[in-house]
Write a protein that binds this ligand. Structure first.
Ligand code: KIV
Ligand code: ZN
Length: 449
């Protein structure tokens, strides 16, 4: 069976930018837009032109120079917003006006103070105006998942009539759950008149940590556009994370048989660039692109990965643009990783010597959490008598900076009492040539990890 082609709508520069600390200036947005282009997204939502002069300029600048993807600008369902959006977008090779209006009773009553009838009319008029300016119009009924489904369908039919070509169903407050959201999309696909003329899109927020799961459930229900952001940034708990959606499809095509135009090797560079621009780093255990996503500390895991990365890695780091896996030396680490790092530092030990160093290493790791190269060199120094120097591993020389740190931090008997957790962690990257050479006999395993 042929895989369905999914449109990837990236809203890092609009919804993403709305997360605290993530606002970007025109130049920064431009840099990020070029990277999103390299990543292969289909639509870049470049901003909300009426929100500020800077946002207007950013959308205009991106529209002028980024030609492959569709460039979208957000507008509330009113004349001033729509005209301003079009002013910013009209030079784009592929412009899209994205109009939104809340449809849930909570929003109508407390925020907009309008009736359902007024909402219906306003949505229809706004889409008509947008359509008179731009062929490609997307409509979002804000807070769709808390909207009466019958009314939601009524609004969707009205905006299709008025010319909307994409209907985006936002879970604005991250309230829905996968089964429910999948069923809602299925219902829309089956019941809304004219839906076959439009693309069904979804836009999930992560308040319950379900944004990606909800997005995947919506695809099964018939959605063919996903809205998402790099690093999952966005209002409050964020939006569905683009990298997680992309890799769920790539790693599990048996379950998620969808095609996108994404270049997965550009995921990590995109994540890094965003963090660099915003100054907001991702949590270490963030799936796909977090610092620990391909790091192994537990001895049993390190042993397995050294023998064959397939034991504990479901995708290669290179497939998402991460240079390599890393082995982190901590109290859970085993002798195999310790021996490998010693060899990388230029020292080779027999089993008894390594046992002695390992014993000291575990005591130290218990105290300082992360054993760095200069700590290891101190331990080796203490075992000097039983040490035999060999030339540093030719295939994988120690990076100069690491070696310099190791030497600089070295003085007889010196073991630092405290190590700041904020320090840039050094970790052992997994040399593939050494992995291949590593003899992981059963005996090694019994010896202990
Ligand atoms: O979360 C939301 O409802 C939105 C809309 C503007 C699509 O961001
Ligand atoms: Zn949103």
């Amino acid at each position: 069976m042929e895989s369905a082609r999914i449109t990837v709508f990236d809203t890092t520069l609009r919804d993403g930018e709305q997360s605290p600390g993530c606002s970007m200036n025109v130049q920064e947005k431009l840099r990020m837009a070029h990277q999103l282009d390299r990543l292969g997204v289909d639509v870049i939502e470049a901003g909300f032109p009426i929100a500020s002069e800077g946002d207007f300029e950013a959308v205009q600048a991106i529209a002028a120079v980024v030609h492959r993807p569709i460039i979208a600008g957000l507008a509330r369902a009113c004349k001033a917003d729509i005209e301003r959006a079009w002013q910013a977008l009209h030079r784009a090779s592929h412009p899209r006006i994205h109009v939104f209006l809340a449809t849930s009773d909570i929003h109508l009553k407390y925020k907009l103070r309008i009736s359902r009838e007024q909402c219906l009319e306003q949505a229809r008029d706004a889409v008509r105006l947008a359509k008179s300016l731009c062929e490609d119009v997307e409509f979002s009924p804000e807070d769709a998942t808390r909207t009466d489904p019958a009314f939601l369908c009524q609004v969707l039919e009205a905006v299709i009539e008025a010319g909307a070509t994409t209907l985006n169903i936002p879970d604005t407050v991250g309230y829905t759950v996968p089964e429910e959201f999948g069923a809602l999309i299925r219902k829309i696909k089956q019941q809304v008149r004219g839906i076959e003329r439009a693309t069904i899109s979804v836009h999930c927020h992560n308040d319950l940590g379900l944004a990606v799961a909800n997005t995947m459930a919506a695809l099964a229900g018939g959605a063919t556009q996903v809205e998402c952001t790099i690093n999952g940034i966005g209002e409050r708990a964020g939006n569905a994370s683009l990298e997680e959606i992309a890799m769920a499809m790539r790693v599990r095509p048996d379950r998620y048989s969808y095609e996108t135009a994404l270049i997965s090797e550009q995921l990590y560079p995109s994540s890094q660039l965003l963090s660099e621009i915003t100054g907001v780093s991702v949590q270490p255990n963030k799936a796909i692109i977090g610092r620990n996503a391909f790091a192994h500390e537990a001895g049993i895991h390190q042993d397995g990965v050294l023998k064959n990365p397939l034991t504990y890695e479901i995708m290669t780091p290179q497939s998402v643009g991460v240079p390599d896996s890393t082995l982190v030396l901590g109290k859970h680490s085993g002798r195999h990783a310790l021996r490998l790092r010693c060899e990388q530092l230029g020292y080779e030990f027999d089993r008894r010597e390594l046992d002695d160093i390992y014993r000291d290493f575990v005591v130290l790791a218990d105290k300082i959490k992360h054993v760095r190269d200069h700590h290891l060199l101190e331990l080796i120094e203490q075992q000097r008598d039983c040490r035999k120097r060999i030339p540093p591993a030719a295939e994988k020389p120690i990076p100069l900076a690491v070696a310099a740190t190791a030497v600089a931090g070295k003085s007889a008997g010196y073991i630092p009492k405290q190590v700041s957790l904020m320090e840039n962690p050094e970790a052992i990257s997994l040399p593939r040539n050494l992995v291949a050479d590593h003899h992981g006999e059963q005996e090694d395993y019994l010896w202990g990890v």
